[in-house]
Design a protein. Structure first.
Length: 74
């Protein structure tokens, strides 16, 4: 592999890392927004607030799933 190809590969890898790091906060904010909307919808449909809060606490967290997959693969 030439030095130029190695340099280009290093640039692409660093770009992917920067983009991936930027996606984490975005995913967290979107999850919080979806969880809040889910809870509000439950309450407007007549579910008692206590039960809606309990169900909202169980709202899935994809970041935890991704982290667990990465940990288990290493």
């Amino acid at each position: 592999m030439s030095a130029k190809a190695l340099f280009v590969d290093a640039l692409y890898c660093s770009r992917l890392i920067v983009e991936a790091v930027g996606l984490v906060p975005q995913a967290i904010v979107k999850r919080q927004r979806a969880k809040s909307t889910f809870k509000k919808t439950l309450i407007t449909e007549g579910v008692p607030p206590e039960i809606a809060n309990e169900l909202a606490r169980e709202f899935p967290n994809p970041m935890t799933t991704i982290i667990n997959i990465v940990k288990s693969s290493t």
